[in-house]
Design a binder for this molecule. Structure first.
Ligand code: BV8
Length: 251
């Protein structure tokens, strides 16, 4: 498989994932319609500071519901394959064969870490961490009580999820880590993202301009499908395990 050969030869791999990699864990993506209570709400409208300021109770309840779904979900073979790839690269890295692996995710569900991935940059934050709107003091979600929503903080504010909402800047530390990884990568693999949200959607162009080879694995065509070296249409949970098995079989 061509993708496996490119990944096997790469020295510095950057993987970008979007909501599509969690779809086979049963978590709705931003563009596939949700069922039930939340189907009448547009995630693009709810994931904003304006929505939170307008109706903090509704937005808090939405994130509590999304967290409960994420907690009940299990990492799928796509998540597990990426954790296996990171482990394989770490095993290949010796003193004279310096390889690196970086996983940048737009997802806030924590499934990559639960699958065993370690070097994960949560470029849009995480619903597992919440912070006070007054002081920024953070607490883990399991330290909070959601009997009352929005959740009052100990500092006279209310608690919000540590996610990046539309209209908010991306976290500086994660952006610096991302830029460093993109500058040095020789292979960029995009999985399960529609490539609609900036600035993340521009990462592939940045990698291309730095001479990296580029692969996309996605259920549907995206704006990057024409630009990448290899665009593979299909389900991440089916394709990624086959790619990783092929890489390891090259040895
Ligand atoms: C910023 C965290 C600077 C929260 C998210 C006007 C005013 C303000 C800003 C803007 C503006 N106009 C444009 C902008 C910039 C804006 C933006 O890009 N808007 C878009 C809508 C045009 N971006 C921002 O605001 C960013 N900040 O620019 O700061 C600034 C500041 C002020 C003013 C101007 C500029 C912040 C963006 C971050 C928002 N937060 N998430 C939460 O999760 O609740 S975004 C959220 O949506 C996700 O994190 C992700 O990034 C995005 C959803 O995209 P995907 O993950 O790709 O999911 P999607 O459903 O779209 O696609 C899934 C794909 O998977 C599909 O292609 C499908 O085919 C595929 N798939 C499905 N199943 C499978 C599969 N593939 C493989 N296997 C499967 N089984």
């Amino acid at each position: 498989m061509h993708a496996a050969r490119l990944l096997h030869e790469a020295k510095s791999i950057v993987v970008l994932t979007g909501a599509g990699i969690s779809a086979e864990s049963g978590l709705a993506t931003f563009r596939d319609p949700e069922e039930g209570l939340w189907s009448k709400y547009d995630p693009m409208e709810l994931a904003t500071i304006d929505a939170f300021e307008r109706d903090p109770e509704l937005v808090t309840r939405w994130y509590v519901w999304r967290f409960a779904r994420a907690q009940d979900a299990q990492p799928n073979p796509g998540h597990e394959a990426l954790a296996q790839l990171e482990q394989w690269i770490n095993e290949q890295t010796t003193c004279n064969d310096d390889r690196s692996f970086t996983l940048i995710t737009q997802n806030v569900d924590g499934l990559h870490q639960r699958a065993g991935s370690h070097r994960v940059i949560e470029i849009h934050g995480s619903i597992l961490r919440w912070r006070c709107t007054n002081t920024g003091a953070e607490k883990r979600l399991d330290e909070l009580c959601f009997d009352q929503t929005p959740v009052p903080s100990e500092h006279g504010g209310i608690m919000r999820p540590c996610v990046v909402w539309f209209g908010e800047m991306l976290p500086e530390k994660e952006m610096i880590q991302t830029q460093q990884a993109l500058e040095s990568c020789d292979l960029f693999l995009s999985i399960g993202t529609s490539g609609q949200v900036q600035p993340v959607a521009s990462f592939v162009s940045f990698a291309l301009s730095n001479g990296a080879r580029t692969i996309e694995i996605n259920r549907d065509p995206t704006p990057m499908s024409e630009a990448v070296d290899l665009s593979i249409m299909g389900l991440a949970g089916e394709i990624l395990p086959r790619v990783i098995d092929a890489i390891i079989s090259f040895e």
